[in-house]
Design a protein around this ligand. Structure first.
Ligand SMILES: [Fe+2]
Length: 356
């Protein structure tokens, strides 16, 4: 039985060949907790995400750049997955692995999830996984959520089905497939993350000794390319882009779409002061109409408390434009985010003057 929120929420039953409890060794944990590199939270930030250096091993490659008590935003450029007979379990947080570059497979007790460009790989907390990449060229944008990642309530029926006006539907959800059962004894290391510490725990049986499972708690993939944009005659507010919901933050998808089609519409967004929300935008691909000097893999952070908006000239340039090819992921948090040293190391500190 794998259950969440005690035994009061979603669960799955996994039918193991052996007991999942057979620990043969455990060592002291190492501390991976993010540390704030500055107390200045009222500054527009720009991080050059592709300046994060590639690292050979998946767990070491993960660099937390922004964090608060609800969410951690991580960049990673792993050249390889996890070593043989090594597994990872985030016991703290649901993980959303957004695949910017690279292809591979997430291997879990529930089966395999092949991933590629544009996939949101949603991994509920507690899922034991291995990750394998096809080539060394991988770029991931990872969101760790300390509350369950769900679909927005307004898109769900009272019984949980995605409604017709939802930008995603059940057909877009890719479930684990090709379950392989490993009835092998030996030494299997599970790196378990709990309260920011990484605990190495060795088990006597392969954790993927499951012959079958059923239930509602399992990893899945949703592609950003399957997100159907909501457009209108006049400007639609940012919540139309919302893809996932969590406690005190949301994840949104900005995808290629038609612009507002009122004859006098101004496609560029308004200047805005979203006073209760830090806005993190991760630029994936395409042309970003409201921004200048945008690079792939760039992150902007526009904190709650000071306004931001289109760069000079972009409003005029947007008039008459019919569509955008932009692709971006947004994380809006309801409490301020802090920056780590890894974030400061890739910051463009001239960004605050980019509206001049
Ligand atoms: Fe904004």
């Amino acid at each position: 039985m794998f259950s969440t929120e005690g035994f009061s929420s979603n669960y799955s039953l996994l039918y193991h060949t052996h007991e999942p409890t057979r620990i043969i060794r455990a060592e002291e944990p190492i501390d991976l907790s993010p540390v704030a590199a500055t107390s200045n939270i009222l500054k527009h930030r720009c991080l050059k995400g592709f300046n994060v250096q590639p690292e050979a091993e998946y767990l070491k490659s993960r660099k937390i750049v922004l964090f608060n008590n609800d969410v951690q935003v991580t960049l990673a450029a792993p050249t390889a997955g996890l070593p043989e007979n090594t597994f990872y379990k985030n016991a703290d947080a649901d993980e959303v692995l957004f695949i910017h570059e690279g292809t591979g497979v997430l291997k879990t007790q529930y089966g395999q999830l092949p991933f590629s460009y544009g996939d949101y790989v949603v991994v509920p907390r507690g899922t034991i996984y291995q990750i394998c990449f096809d080539t060394p060229d991988n770029r991931l944008f990872i969101v760790e959520s300390f509350s369950p990642i769900t679909f927005p309530k307004r898109y769900l029926s009272k019984y949980g089905q995605l409604l017709e006006h939802s930008p995603v539907c059940e057909r877009d959800i890719r479930k684990p497939q090709d379950l392989e059962t490993f009835d092998i004894s030996g030494s299997f290391l599970i790196q378990v993350k709990k309260k920011g510490l990484l605990y190495p725990i060795w088990y006597g049986n392969h954790p993927f000794d499951v012959v079958g499972w059923d239930g509602c708690e399992y990893p899945y993939i949703l592609s950003i390319h399957d997100f159907e944009p909501i457009t209108g005659r006049v400007h639609q507010p940012p919540p139309v882009h919302q893809t996932f919901d969590a406690h005190n933050f949301v994840i949104c998808s900005f995808v290629p779409r038609l612009y507002d089609y009122h004859p006098q519409a101004i496609p560029a967004p308004y200047n805005h002061s979203n006073i209760d929300s830090d806005e993190v935008l991760y630029y994936v691909d395409g042309d970003f109409m409201s921004r200048k000097h945008v690079e792939r893999g760039m992150i902007t952070l526009h904190p709650a408390g000071i306004p931001h908006g289109p760069h000079p000239g972009t409003v005029e340039k947007s008039i008459g434009a019919k569509e955008t090819k932009e692709l971006a992921v947004m994380v809006d948090t309801f409490h301020p985010l802090k920056l780590t040293m890894d974030a400061m190391g890739i910051e463009d500190d001239q960004y605050i003057k980019s509206w001049l």
